[in-house]
Design a binder for this molecule. Structure first.
Ligand SMILES: C[S@@+](CC[C@H](N)C(=O)[O-])C[C@H]1O[C@@H](n2cnc3c(N)ncnc32)[C@H](O)[C@@H]1O
Length: 285
């Protein structure tokens, strides 16, 4: 049974540790005065803090800032040589969706949770000057790092927008391909993310996303842990539910392109974690 949680944008009414504009107070972001109901204020702000701090470190220390060495694990040497060290340092995905996406010159590609921009820059080479790539990320310091990386690379066909993947800053039916890498597991409203993907895709458009899922329910202590959520673990959906949620959004031809072990660690429950790369289509009109 797919969990359907309430998703409404409301005026903030926070507890004492959250400031009026929805900021956690760490000074890492400029969270706007709209938030999600439920405990999103905790998860969202924790995610922004976690990845804002990583952006800061990557900007200063380049590849050394990388904890999980995602760029080493998932990308080819040729791909790694095409990005800056600061981009590689911020790379925290769970796969390599670009390599499986069959990107064509002239396409418009949107990357959900673009981080330091790794998949955007790799996609930009493939869409060429006639195409464009849009990266969306809610963490201001990540967006800022990605824009700096774009300047360093001299990339002119990529834009980075600050926004939430549950309410994308993109008009409907304007995108040929949606990418995402290690992001949707961080959202409490996965059904909203898939609906938004569907809304912005052109009829006949497609998605290729990498994400973390689980084959059996995670212990409550893991699901309730903000620390595990920000590592793409606590919010990992059960694989069957995840695929059903994609289907419920209207997608067809849903295919698991790659399945590998999920984020590593010593705990027994981790053996159920998987990194999946999945594709699907929005039916042609
Ligand atoms: C694990 S990192 C992956 C970044 C990038 N895709 C990569 O492969 O390196 C997750 C990124 O998604 C962003 N993010 C998480 N939840 C988001 C949301 N609800 N809306 C927009 N961005 C989000 C974070 O700010 C962070 O930059």
């Amino acid at each position: 049974m797919v969990e359907a949680r309430k998703f409404v944008f409301i005026s903030p009414d926070y507890g004492s540790s959250i400031t009026e504009n929805g900021c956690c107070g760490s000074g890492c972001c400029d969270f706007e005065a709209v938030v999600l109901t439920g405990n999103a204020k905790d998860i969202t702000n924790a995610v922004k803090q976690r990845y804002g701090a990583l952006a800061e470190r990557s900007g200063k220390r380049g590849l050394e800032a990388s904890e999980n060495k995602a760029s080493d694990r998932f990308y080819t040497e040729e791909q790694r040589s095409a990005i800056t060290d600061e981009t590689g340092g911020a790379s925290t995905g769970s796969g390599n969706p670009v390599v499986l996406a069959g990107i064509k010159p002239g396409e418009t590609v949107l990357d959900l949770g673009s981080g330091g921009g790794i998949d955007c820059f790799l996609a930009a080479r493939e869409v060429g000057p006639a195409g464009r790539v849009i990266g969306v990320d809610m963490t201001p310091r990540m967006v800022s790092l990605a824009r700096t990386n774009a300047k360093k690379l001299g990339t002119t066909n990529v834009v980075f927008k600050q926004g939430h993947i549950e309410q994308l800053p993109q008009d409907e039916t304007t995108v040929d391909l949606v990418l995402s890498n290690g992001v949707i597991a961080l959202s409490e409203w996965k059904h909203m993310v898939f609906s938004e993907m569907y809304r912005i895709l052109k009829p006949g458009g497609r998605f290729v996303i990498s994400d973390v899922v689980t084959t059996s329910p995670l212990p409550d202590t893991v699901r309730d842990s903000t620390g595990q959520w920000v590592e793409c673990v606590g919010g990992a959906a059960i694989k069957g539910d995840y695929l059903a949620t994609i289907e419920a959004a209207g997608f067809t031809d849903i295919e698991v392109l790659n399945e590998s072990p999920g984020p590593e660690g010593h705990e027994k429950w981790r053996s159920s974690l998987r990194g999946l790369t999945i594709s699907g289509c929005k039916p042609a009109a």
